[in-house]
Ligand binder design. Structure first.
Ligand SMILES: [Mg+2]
Length: 128
């Protein structure tokens, strides 16, 4: 089986949702019984359409999810074991230098980018 990341890290604005937020939302996110997604303060978040399924998919694979701030100190996961999704090319360039597998998101996170990202990660970590 292909190797999976030990942590999936997401940029937020224009990667998980189609707007900028300042300090208005607080991860982690939870899916409510009515199907809406809320942050840790109970505020409803409108996400790109396939994002809930993307997050569920990672959960099903046993890959923890983190937002793109304060991430490495807390988790202790090596950069080489992370996959990172972001819409901004300059972040992709910078974070790539750390040894993280970086995936550029053009029009919001979706399942196709998830699959592509996991394939890219697995290829980068394939044994001889
Ligand atoms: Mg962004």
């Amino acid at each position: 089986m292909a190797q999976l990341p030990k942590l999936a890290v997401f940029d937020l604005d224009y990667t998980l949702w189609p707007f900028w937020v300042d300090t208005h939302v607080d991860p982690p996110f939870h899916k409510s019984s009515d199907g809406s997604v809320r942050d840790s303060q109970g505020r409803t978040i409108r996400l790109y359409p396939e994002v809930p399924e993307v997050l569920d998919r990672f959960r099903g694979l046993g890959v923890p999810i983190a937002a793109a701030s304060r991430l490495q100190k807390k988790t202790g996961v090596p950069f080489s074991q992370m996959i990172f999704f972001d819409d901004e090319k300059r972040n992709i360039v910078d974070v790539s230098k750390l040894g993280v597998t970086c995936i550029h998101v053009h029009n919001g996170m979706n399942l196709q980018i998830l699959t592509q990202g996991l394939e890219t990660f697995a290829k980068a970590h394939a044994g001889p």
